[in-house]
Ligand binder design. Sequence first.
Ligand SMILES: O=C1NC(=O)NC(C(=O)O)N1
Length: 310
Amino acid sequence: MAVPSQIHHFHFSNCLMNASGVSCERKEELAALDDSAAGTFITKTATLEAREGNPQPRVETFALGSINSSGLPNQGLPYYLQALADFQAAKPDKTYFLSVTELEEEKIYKILEEVEASDFKGLVELNLSCPNVIGKPQIAYDFETTDRILKRVFSFFTKSLGVKLPPFFDPSHFDQMADILNAYPLAYVNCINSVGNGLVIHDEQVVIKPKQGFGGIGGETIKETALANVHAFYQRLRPEIAIIGTGGVCDGRDVFEHILCGASMVGVGTTLYEEGEGCFASLTEELEAIMKEKGYQSIEDFRGKLKYMD
Ligand SMILES: O=C1NC(=O)NC(C(=O)O)N1
């Protein structure tokens, strides 16, 4: 039971994967993802050195989703490179994702130089959209900085690189960001990261400690924004740049809609957090049932074929 997909020459047995940050910080968590019905996994965003992240409580769910202000807690790049080498040795034909970022521009180049020098052979995701590092902006909301970073990264980086984008909400921003992205040999873009700096209140109090309760919103409530970003970039990007759709995936219908909007792989965050790795099997079953009912044999029968009104 699976719906295969691919990004460039990388083939995946199933089109579902985790959203970076959820159930993927430790090797044991990655092993559970590796053994699940997901076609692959992506690591928690790694920084050069391990990080504690923000004070707890920093992740909470609410009726329509989740809020988090984790602050990039992770085990540091060497931990993930070693873990990925072990997973790759066990499953030579499987492709994995490594997510990385850093808090200063010069360190972004340093961490990618270290990845470039490593034996990692999967896809690398540069996270340009963490909303939760106190005092730090979401990089991809600064077009000039994003362009400068990609220009310098591609002057030395030869592995397959994608970027994790925040949500955009204005066609002129879709246009500007797509113009930048189209100038570089990106393997993919991953739309979207959490909707930054939302506020969840219970009675009279915020529900997470960091940043006076402000945190990234995920889950059911962000699906329409996620779909719009997937489709907006699908409409604008060169076809060589694939799209991973992340955000608001609660059932097979949501997976179907992400693919209809143009996604080649679909990332699951809040639902994974709430239901565990078993969600990948149920989401796959639901997607297969929809495809069967509609007579679609494979993803390519409907990927990107969202219908407009005449
Ligand atoms: O990119 C990120 N997006 C999130 O929603 N949270 C994490 C984090 O805070 O570490 N990072």
